[in-house]
Ligand binder design. Sequence first.
Ligand code: NAP
Length: 310
Amino acid sequence: MATHHRVIILGSGPAGSTAAIYAARAELEPVVFEGIQPGGQLTITTEVENYPGFVNGITGPELMDICKEQAERFGAKYIMDEAIEADLSQAPFKLTMNEGEYTCDALIIATGATARWLNIPSEAKYKGHGVSACATCDGFFFKDKEIAVVGGGDSAIEEATFLTKFATKVTIIHRRDELRASKIMQEKARNNPKIEFAYSYVIDEILGEDDPPHVTSVRLKSTKDGSTKEIPMDGIFMGIGHTPNSSIFEGQLEMNKDGYIITLGKSTKTNVPGIFAAGDVQDFTYKQAISAAGSGCMAALDAERYLEEI
Ligand code: NAP
């Protein structure tokens, strides 16, 4: 027998928790399924300096703990589980979690996004043995070592800057000769004596030894002339963006070619009435904690209005 709630929120990052605060204050008694990474991607970042209200910055995990506490103060209930299947063909919507079946009248999807990988065999081989996508999780293991970060966006620069705390040298490998990152982040990296740039290169292969498995070098391939070169390296961090966590809704909700859930106009409404999407699972433009929080607020208000009308 499925447990029924008026509003279920999937995800507990800035979007999910803000939706929970608003839905709880509207007395909708929302239930938040925290997902595989409670608190979302902010919990694996370091200092958050651009979230309004915190003059001196705040750490990602701290910020997410505060948001959760704030939602719980108004009666939101957090459950540590994730949705593994969804039947959105009719209301009430059916969700299968690892533990139990649930139904709801309104669903807010705030499942966020997950770090992207290069998907080359040597990357998989050395994952956890010198290859990582989380600088804050694994940076410590590379004290006094040489590290490469792949990517040219804000994530790559942020990771590289953070990793200079441990590494002797961090090389940013970027496939073009121009970074995508914001000017202020670029400036920060250029002024850091430990950061070097390998422009117009992609990783051709990660090389290492098997017993115990560890990375020893990386073979780079020029995107300009196809030439290759091998450079010694102890660790490789991926900073090449993210993929929206929307796969369980495939074929049931309208999505763009990259899997981002499409929302209608300026709302958080999906193509299915009663289902709303907020945060990185639907935002391929801004992808900021504050914009995710804003859309979480919108989703709760949209859900509240929907429930008043049915
Ligand atoms: P992003 O802006 O999409 O950048 C991804 C980078 O990885 C791009 O430079 C891209 O190259 C490269 N890339 C993608 N696929 C690749 C592949 N297969 N091989 C090699 N390179 C590849 O992603 P992001 O850096 O994660 O940032 C996402 C959003 O979060 C942005 O809006 C950013 O501003 C925001 N963010 C902000 C902060 C902050 O303000 N502190 C920190 C982190 C992220 P191309 O440039 O050639 O496409």
